[in-house]
Design a protein around this ligand. Structure first.
Ligand SMILES: C[C@H](O)[C@@H](O)CC(=O)C(=O)O
Ligand code: MG
Length: 432
């Protein structure tokens, strides 16, 4: 049945997470987790839901960018889009009137992700996809020196073997996860201890700690958490781009005794050679470098891989141009033998990225070695099909679609600035 997209709406939804310092790190000290939330509707009454994660005031700019892209979507049929998804991706990412404010980066790329996520959601509610069809969604422009279309197809075809076994395994055991919920930078030691104790009793074995603002604090917090989790559990540290290259090496060397598996975003997320230098310096200490949550397109990831600048790739479901670009990165990571450990958390990122990482295991890498997906325990209650975590594993989603439909009651309560929650804050601040 032809489904013509007749409407696209986008709303600015913000959660006041800064009040309790959830999500805080060395660079984002008071984040209000937010989304630009997109709904597309077809003439047959079907809907697709998409979003991109942002923080606070920036959301209104992303909303404007989605509105600017909407004219490229409304009026098209789903069949028209998916029969040449590569072309449609290019239309959005290379539109002559808007390309200058990207290309394929920044606000326009976040907006592209929100729109395309809604298209993937709509499509996913309708049918299964074969390797050839998936490959036809990827824009190979600028990456053929690292991965050709033929190589990508061969990777997917090779992974057909054993696929059903991996599906069954995932349905039974789920995909391994780690938690970042215990140790946001703004949390007190007492809260950190409490959350860590709870997480251990729930079966968590892999923990990420925010670092980078103050070395003495980092030493104290890493030592505390290492003592609590013991020598056999896994610790990761995340500096959210706080340091220069030399500073990163010196700082992380001082934290090496706590045996972190990786240092995440040690420096500017665009500094490929800087990451390579940090990787080289930290390799003898057994510490890898992870990055990706602010890596804005497949071309950046290509160069990180070519330069051996990362030992862990952190794809993000909303930073790049949706599933289309993430497929390209999963396939390149496989070719370069670098494990994918997605960034999640935020608002809806866990809901979205679970699909990508399950796809990676089932249809691309067929490996769980050194792989795990981030989990953050905030804001899932606002989703119709929230993630299900069992024994520190993501259980495969059962509902059709891309899992980012929100409860309409939540959207209305948290819509900025007219939602009840924000109106209440406004009244309060007028009183103060
Ligand atoms: C501002 C966000 O909370 C950021 O700190 C998240 C992040 O770096 C992560 O989850 O990793
Ligand atoms: Mg991070």
């Amino acid at each position: 049945m032809t489904q013509k997209i007749i409407k696209l709406t986008v709303r600015d939804i913000r959660f006041p997470t800064s009040l309790e310092l959830h999500g805080s790190d060395a660079m984002h000290t008071d984040p209000d987790y937010s989304v630009a939330y997109v709904v597309i509707e077809t003439d047959q009454g079907m809907r697709g839901y998409g979003l991109t994660f942002t923080v606070g005031r920036g959301t209104e700019i992303v909303v404007c960018a989605v509105e600017a892209l909407s004219a490229l979507v409304v009026g098209k049929s789903l069949e028209e889009i998916v029969s040449d998804f590569r072309g449609f991706y290019r239309l959005l990412s290379s539109d002559g009137q808007m390309r200058w404010i990207g290309p394929e980066k920044g606000v326009i790329q976040l907006a592209t992700a929100a729109v395309l996520n809604s298209v993937w959601d709509l499509w996913a509610r309708m049918e299964g996809k074969e390797p050839r069809k998936l490959i036809s969604c990827i824009d190979f422009r600028y990456i053929t020196d690292a991965l050709t279309e033929q190589e990508a197809l061969e990777i997917l075809e090779k992974a057909e073997a054993g696929k059903q076994q991996r599906v069954d395994q995932m349905l039974k055991e789920g995909y391994p996860a780690y938690t970042t919920s215990c140790a946001w930078l703004g949390y007190s030691d007492q809260l950190l201890k409490q959350l860590c104790t709870d997480a251990l009793s729930e079966g968590w074995t892999k923990f990420k700690v925010k670092v980078g603002a103050d070395l003495e604090d980092d030493i104290r917090r890493c030592s505390l958490i290492r003592q609590m989790i013991g020598p056999n559990n896994t610790l990761m540290i995340d500096a959210n781009q706080r340091w220069d290259v030399g500073e990163a090496i010196t700082w992380v060397t001082k934290l090496a005794e706590y045996k972190p598996l990786w240092i995440e975003e040690p420096t500017c997320p665009d500094d490929i050679l800087g990451h390579a230098a940090i990787s080289k310096a930290l390799a003898p200490l057994g510490i890898g470098v992870a990055s990706g949550e602010q890596c804005h397109n497949r071309v950046m990831f290509k160069q990180f891989l070519q330069a051996e600048a990362l030992q862990f790739i952190q794809i993000d479901s909303c930073r790049m141009g949706s599933v289309n670009e993430n497929l390209a990165v999963l396939l390149m990571a496989h070719k370069f033998k670098v494990p994918v450990c997605p960034h999640a958390g935020g608002v809806g990122l866990c809901e979205l990225v679970q699909h990508l990482i399950l796809f990676d295991y089932i249809s691309v890498s067929a490996s769980l070695d050194d792989r795990m997906c981030e989990f953050v325990d905030h804001l899932h209650e606002h989703f119709i099909s929230p993630v299900v975590i069992k024994n520190a594993h993501y259980m495969p989603p059962k509902d059709p679609g891309y899992s980012c439909e929100m409860l309409e009651s939540s959207v209305q309560r948290y819509q900025y600035p007219q939602g009840e929650v924000w109106k209440q804050f406004k009244k309060q601040s007028l009183k103060d």
